[in-house]
Write a protein that binds this ligand. Structure first.
Ligand code: B12
Length: 274
């Protein structure tokens, strides 16, 4: 009997039970996963942009983002509603063991390239309101959030010094001595690297240095953890950064004020601060 003929007579379920194989149901597309459905936007062009990130297609992401920018869609919306939704969907599938590290790398790379296109439109303001220093915690390679922060700061009229990723506390101290920043931002995405924040605070104190505030954020970080130290304020969205810096420069607010006034300063309801 030909295999095709035999296959149609086989009850797959019985074979699976015989070999103790768990039946998982039919294969579904990434965008059909219940958690991804919750994350993906319905509105275009954000939906297509998020899907291009989910499918790790750099060229398609770039084409869609360039077209959206040509159509005068706000770069902020492209980042927050499209690119971020895509990377959050990738993250959901990675957490479930459906996507793997190479998927994170490809989607992360597509997102970074697309952010560069948005940066071209947001541009750099010529006047400088002050200097801000940004770093990614020691041991942490995740720099997409930090790069967004740099972009928003430069577009908002700040000189933004990029210390890069995997930055030891000693380098942050050196930069504070050299640049006297009005604001310092730190990003950590791993539970193992967020402990860099208290190290930075202690290293600054040990040298008798102070900054008006250290904005600490990143996927792994929670507000109560950040508020367990001095000098820090929990940062929620990268685009909040220039508004926090403005409050420091214009209204002379410091970390204590920012913790109290965060929602007012960024001009929107922020659930973490309600
Ligand atoms: C892309 C990605 C990668 C890419 C990073 C590429 C790059 N250049 O950054 C690559 C492939 C390199 C990578 C590697 C790894 N990753 Co990874 N990665 C991710 C992923 C999917 C997205 C991260 C991201 O860019 N998010 C988007 C950016 C914009 O978010 P963000 O930085 O948090 O910033 C936002 C806010 O936090 C805020 N913000 C941040 N800082 C600040 C500061 C201020 C002042 C303000 C106002 C706001 C603010 O602004 C942004 C929003 O607007 C996350 C999943 C997740 N849920 O985060 C996992 C994730 C972070 N990775 C994880 C892991 C485990 C790893 C690896 C260790 C995997 C491995 N087994 O090897 C390696 C690291 C290896 C190493 N060298 O140590 C885990 C961390 C788990 C944990 N809790 O510790 C996560 C959470 C995935 C998971 N669910 O398990 N990863």
């Amino acid at each position: 009997m030909a295999y095709e003929e035999l296959e149609s007579k086989i009850n797959q379920k019985n074979i699976a039970i015989r070999y103790n194989v768990k039946l998982e149901g039919p294969a579904i597309k990434p965008e059909e996963h219940p958690e991804v459905i919750e994350i993906l936007p319905d509105e275009e062009p954000f939906k297509s942009i998020a899907l291009a990130i989910l499918y790790e297609k750099k060229d398609e992401t770039l084409d869609l983002v360039t077209k959206a920018l040509d159509d005068k869609v706000s770069p902020l919306d492209i980042i927050n509603k499209g690119l971020m939704a895509g990377i959050n969907a990738v993250s959901a599938l990675y957490t479930k063991g459906i996507y793997f590290l190479p998927d994170l790398m490809l989607s992360g790379d597509a997102m970074m390239e697309a952010v560069k296109e948005c940066e071209k439109v947001l541009g750099h303001k010529s006047e400088t309101k002050g200097t801000v220093v940004s770093f990614v915690a020691e041991g942490d390679p995740h720099d997409i959030g930090k790069n967004l922060i740099l972009m928003f700061l430069r577009a908002g009229g700040y000189e933004a010094i990029d210390l890069g990723r995997d930055v030891p506390a000693s380098k942050v101290v050196e930069a504070v001595k050299k640049y006297h920043p009005v604001f310092l931002t730190g990003t950590a995405l791993m539970t193992t690297t967020m402990t860099a924040f208290p190290k930075v605070v202690d290293a600054l104190k040990a040298e008798g240095l102070e900054v008006p505030a250290i904005g600490c954020g990143g996927g792994a970080v929670r507000k109560d953890y950040v508020e367990s130290m001095d000098m820090t304020v929990y940062g929620v969205e990268a685009y909040h950064t220039p508004k926090l810096a403005d409050a420091i420069v214009k209204d002379h607010e410091d970390w204590r004020d920012l913790r109290k006034n965060y929602s007012d300063v960024v001009g929107e309801f922020v659930p973490e601060y309600s």
